[in-house]
Design a binder for this molecule. Sequence first.
Ligand code: NAD
Ligand code: TYD
Length: 339
Amino acid sequence: MHILLTGGAGFIGSNFVRLLLRERPDYRITNFDVLTYSGNLENLSEIEGDDRYAFIRGDVRDAAALDKALEGVDAVVHMAAESHVDRSIMDSGPFIDTNTRGTQVLLDAWRRATGGKKRFVYVSTDEVYGSLPLENPEIKFTEATPLDPSSPYSASKAGGDLLANAYHHTFGMDICTTRCSNNFGPYQFPEKVIPLFVTNLLDGKQVPLYGDGKNVRDWLHVDDHCEAVLTVLEKGTSGEVYNIGGNNERSNLELTRSILEIMGKGEEMIRYVEDRLGHDRRYAIDAGKIKRELGWQPTRSAWPKALEDTVRWYTDNRPWWERVRSGAYQDYYANMYGG
Ligand code: NAD
Ligand code: TYD
């Protein structure tokens, strides 16, 4: 089985490559990634010599590069994306371009390569459902919840999500979609809340908590997400959507206090700052379908252990986050790959 993974140099992608090589000795994986600011080959340095792994620097908006890369591939897992909500608020252009148009270009290339007869997994997000109120904690997103994205990021992911569904419906392509909640774990770019807060604290800086800190996210360890994507790839029913979540809802204030406690810091390290524009209040996933139908459930996300391990990883890997934060790789890749 030869899988082409897009976005494999990013946070979730690099963890997916590692998990796949570890758990499926008879699989090969090609990582197709253009290496934006958040893509970093150091995330995969320990498997560089593995002959079941290959890297192609390429853009999902580049049809010719995809036609070449997809030769002999048995399945696609599409993770490449612009992924940070705050950046999408500053400039939505790259988000629509990569997340929506890039998905269309890739779907067309996969149809040319296979007639759509082989599996394609679109890694979407729970953010396509929009925001839930805090007042009704029993309500969660199910796969039947209408899409109602509220940030430019989630709207651009919803564009890809709807196209994946449309290509299944129109061309009969073998496509599954996953919608996962917030991930945490090693190799996450330190613009996202957990690595940002941990690395700020390691540098003796305060952490910027948006608004009243009451926004809720459902936290899942990245390895649980990767295991779920692999499960859908192998066992999912074509045309179906699968929610993935940790049943682990925390307010941002609760999350921040847990990090402070693990790191032996006090409340004075919290700096309340202006709220994010259009800040979604609550995300909560009902992951009953994937458990019932495919037998997946989280096994690595239990707090506080999983959060403690993650804090320790950033504590032990200061050179990694100092380098990615400084943008040092961009110059390196420009020399190596010419831009
Ligand atoms: P990330 O920003 O860490 O990684 C994205 C990767 O995509 C990078 O390696 C980047 O170089 C690559 N990329 C970007 N544009 C590209 C293009 N045009 N062509 C080829 N490669 C390109 O993101 P992540 O957090 O690892 O998220 C991966 C996927 O999972 C995304 O599709 C995201 O929407 C989805 N997702 C993320 C979360 C989360 O909590 N991080 C939750 C649910 C779903
Ligand atoms: P983030 O990691 O950006 O993920 P997402 O917006 O995709 O859920 O943010 C997680 C939560 O943390 C979100 O409610 C916004 C909040 N947040 C802060 O309070 N301060 C910050 O500096 C950041 C980056 C996020």
